[in-house]
Design a protein around this ligand. Structure first.
Ligand SMILES: O=c1ccn([C@H]2C[C@H](O)[C@@H](COP(=O)(O)OP(=O)(O)OP(=O)(O)O)O2)c(=O)[nH]1
Ligand SMILES: [Mg+2]
Length: 152
């Protein structure tokens, strides 16, 4: 079942010339976010820019968060990913959603006004209550990590 999410439209081109975010199909996990730029923006190879989305959300529920993820096609084909790799949106954040857009590719990429540039996924969060202990109960893995279980 869909979860209610409060959204403020900060840029009136959204819902006007450009559609508000929506799920592309019933099974889509992400809402596409648009680059609400004043004008097209050329992103040189290696450059990173903070792109406004024209939207603010208030998740409100501390048991939820949202993540901003790259779009697969842009990331794989054009090297357009996120400067922070993944954006994490706190449930109490009420400011504009911003996308750190990084051109990790070899070619200049022009971001068009209103282009769908990244996607937002709502995720569950579990808060930990830290419990200090002197030793852990034994586990199958113990302290082994970083390839400890072999490569293949
Ligand atoms: O890609 C992103 C990442 C974060 N944010 C906003 C929402 C988030 O709730 C807030 C803080 O993000 P985060 O905690 O990851 O950044 P920080 O560097 O730890 O900043 P702060 O000290 O404000 O927590 O910035 C975005 O708009 N886009
Ligand atoms: Mg933080």
């Amino acid at each position: 079942m869909a979860h209610r999410l409060q959204v403020k439209v900060l840029d009136d081109r959204l819902g006007g010339g450009f559609p508000l975010p929506g799920y592309a199909t019933a099974g889509s996990a992400g809402l596409d976010l648009r680059a609400m730029l004043p004008a097209p923006l050329s992103l040189a190879p290696g450059a990173v820019e903070l792109i406004p989305t024209g939207l603010a959300i208030h998740i409100a529920d501390p048991q939820l968060a949202a993540v901003i993820l790259p779009r697969s096609g842009l990331g794989h084909r054009h090297g357009i990913v996120l400067g922070n790799l993944v954006g994490l949106i706190d449930s109490d954040y009420q400011g504009e959603l911003m996308i750190s857009c990084w051109n990790r590719g070899q070619d200049v990429f022009c971001i068009e006004v209103g282009e769908r540039i990244a996607q937002l996924v709502l995720v569950p969060v579990v808060h930990a209550q830290l419990e200090l202990v002197e030793r852990f109960d034994d586990s199958a893995r113990g302290e082994g990590g970083f390839g400890h279980s072999g490569r293949h």
